[in-house]
Design a protein around this ligand. Structure first.
Ligand code: C2E
Ligand code: MG
Ligand code: MG
Ligand code: MG
Length: 283
């Protein structure tokens, strides 16, 4: 009987696997089509100086608008794009679009603040190409390198140290800013902070969420800020949603904040409207 049951389970299991693989394949084909037809748009979320309340940057976050399905979140398709290498093409587009959008915004009078784009490990492994695409886009749009930032995750830092350092240095030579995204969630050793030219640590939102109630999160965030100050690296807290979050971060001397408390990620023209209505500052 048990054997029969096992057999049934096995037969039941296989079609499920096929279904998942099938779903993936469908999504992959849809993604290829979306790249071809350019069904993407960048949304922007402001980053504010915690001492002055001023906008100092915006993070570009990709959105996929499918004609049938509507908006598909990056959490859904970026992992697939990374697995298939399609992130290469998407990533190149992001760099160009961010420069173009920001140039247009600033031409309308939006402040000369940084734009930060997210870079996946796949893109970083093709570091020469990535650096070249950034250099070309900056040049083509006549966009200043000092207003361009990359958000890298710790996962890029666990590969070959010399290779990583070479890529980071060539990016640094362009004059762009380098930030570590989701800081504290990776498995890399802290020693990279003294070896690599890192400008900003973005504390992951998972540490901020319960910062007012969870003693461990409090301790971790305080320690990150204190360490970064000693290393002369700036700190940005992600996922700031409440005034209580803000107050704690202020008390610890955090440099920058980003989160729903201030603004959700929105299209560039909406960002401009918000700024014009003076809704992007908390002071
Ligand atoms: P991330 O770079 O860590 O971006 C932060 C995510 O947190 C964004 O989700 C943002 O919308 C969300 N967020 C911002 N403020 C708050 C808040 O106060 N509370 C909460 N709960 N969430 C907040 P999103 O836009 O869905 O992006 C998810 C992830 O997808 C990003 O995480 C990033 O890793 C990736 N991603 C987005 N755009 C790109 C891109 O152009 N290229 C690559 N390679 N990855 C991207
Ligand atoms: Mg990011
Ligand atoms: Mg993050
Ligand atoms: Mg500092």
């Amino acid at each position: 009987h048990a054997k029969e049951e096992g057999k049934n389970n096995f037969q039941f299991f296989m079609p499920t696997m096929n279904k998942q693989a099938h779903h993936r394949l469908l999504l992959e084909n849809k993604l290829r089509n979306a790249i071809e037809k350019n069904h993407f748009q960048l949304f922007y979320q402001p980053q504010l100086d915690l001492k002055t309340g001023d906008v100092v940057g915006t993070e570009a976050l990709i959105r996929w608008f499918d004609p049938e399905q509507g908006m598909i979140s990056p959490a859904e398709f970026i992992p697939l794009a990374e697995d298939t290498g399609l992130i290469g093409q998407i990533g190149d587009w992001v760099i160009d679009a961010a420069c173009r959008d920001m140039k247009a915004l600033q031409a309308k009078g939006f402040p000369q603040v940084k734009v930060a784009i997210n870079v996946s490990a796949f893109q970083f492994r093709h570091g020469k190409h990535l650096t070249e695409v950034i250099r070309q886009s900056l040049e083509e749009h006549d966009y200043p390198a000092k207003l361009f930032a990359l958000e890298l995750t710790e996962s890029i830092l666990i590969d070959d140290v010399n290779e990583t350092l070479n890529i980071l240095n060539s990016m640094r030579d362009l004059g762009i800013t380098l930030a570590i995204d989701d800081f504290g969630t990776g498995y890399s050793s802290l020693s990279y902070l003294k070896q690599f030219p890192i400008d900003i640590l973005k504390i992951d939102q998972s540490f901020i969420r319960d910062i007012t109630t969870d003693a461990s999160d409090k301790a971790i965030v305080s320690a990150i800020i204190a360490m970064a100050q000693q290393l002369d690296i700036d700190v940005l807290a992600e996922g700031v949603e409440t005034l209580e979050h803000q107050a704690f971060l202020q008390s610890q001397g955090c440099d920058y904040v980003q989160g729903y408390l201030y603004c959700r990620p929105i299209p560039a023209d909406e960002l401009f409207d918000h700024w014009q209505k003076k809704q992007l500052t908390f002071k």
